[in-house]
Design a protein around this ligand. Structure first.
Ligand SMILES: Nc1ncnc2c1ncn2[C@@H]1O[C@H](COP(=O)(O)OP(=O)(O)OP(=O)(O)O)[C@@H](O)[C@H]1O
Ligand SMILES: [Mg+2]
Length: 256
């Protein structure tokens, strides 16, 4: 740990403006931040604060109106649309509240197909997929089922495998437990914690205090500006009362 971690994503003066009837208003207002490699960064803030917009700009899913994002050494503004899509497939993993698996493919094949978009080595991809499914605790029977035949929590864990299949530099998650019941949500968070512990950089947007606890850094966004930035010790499943109290106090101070 310490202050010398490498920035894997750097945002400088990111502005995002959507054209609208009443003239544009800035959804992101000159946001500058670094995402450190190895961190589990959580982005919190009220509905409409610009969390998803920020996540999409950081990940190259969408372009800012102004400002610059450097991701894994690449200035994203220097890429055209197909270059950006290729870059994302290789370097970014995404998990959303809605789980976008292909209905007619098994969970396993959903992951393998995503891997084949980046490399043609099918044996290597299948081996990686099986190892990842083990890590998210989905057994052989389950991963041969179609998305419609599994629970929401199982489908989301398959979504995480698909997001990780190309060994992305950063796993981005936007409300990954937002559509799940408590038990399935906790299972998904446990997977994200385990993946982070193994070294994966994670950036997650959430509304939810339980989810936010999984992070070791919390950014608070209000009206398109970062108003709070808290470092925490790594999450542990037991204890951590003092850590929880610090997070609560931080969020209280942000008017959450
Ligand atoms: N494509 C778009 N066109 C116009 N306005 C948009 C667009 N996307 C987002 N906005 C507006 O930008 C603001 C921020 O949206 P964003 O989705 O980033 O918020 P959020 O913090 O993720 O909220 P939530 O917690 O509800 O998901 C909102 O006022 C939203 O209406
Ligand atoms: Mg959102």
């Amino acid at each position: 740990m310490g202050g010398e971690q490498r920035a894997v994503v750097s945002a400088r003066r990111l502005t995002k403006t959507f054209a609208s009837a009443g003239g544009g208003r800035d959804v992101l207002n000159a946001v500058s931040l670094d995402i450190r490699a190895g961190d589990f960064t959580v982005i919190m803030g009220a509905s409409g604060a610009g969390k998803s917009t920020l996540l999409y700009a950081l990940s190259g899913m969408d372009r800012p109106t102004a400002g610059r994002v450097t991701f894994a050494g690449q200035d994203l503004s220097g890429l055209n649309e197909s270059g950006l899509a290729r870059f994302r497939r290789r370097h970014a993993g995404f998990v959303f509240q809605q789980i976008y698996l292909l209905d007619n493919l098994s969970l396993l094949d959903n992951a393998v197909v995503a891997g084949l978009l980046v490399t043609q080595n099918k044996a290597a991809i299948a081996a990686r997929a099986l190892a990842l499914f083990e890590r998210v605790r989905l057994d052989r029977d389950t991963i041969l089922k179609l998305p419609s035949q599994v629970s929401g929590g199982e489908a989301q864990r398959a979504g995480i495998v698909r997001a990780l299949i190309n060994r992305p530099a950063v796993l981005f998650a936007d409300e990954p437990t937002g559509a799940l019941d408590q038990t399935s949500g906790t299972a998904v968070l446990d997977v994200l914690s385990a993946v982070h512990r193994s070294g994966q950089t994670v950036v997650m947007v959430t509304h939810d205090l339980k989810s936010a606890r999984r992070g070791n850094r919390i950014l608070f966004l209000r009206d398109g500006e970062v108003t709070g930035d808290l470092d925490l010790p790594p999450y542990r499943s037991r204890g951590g009362e003092e850590r929880n109290a610090r997070l609560r106090a931080f969020l209280d101070g942000q008017g959450w």
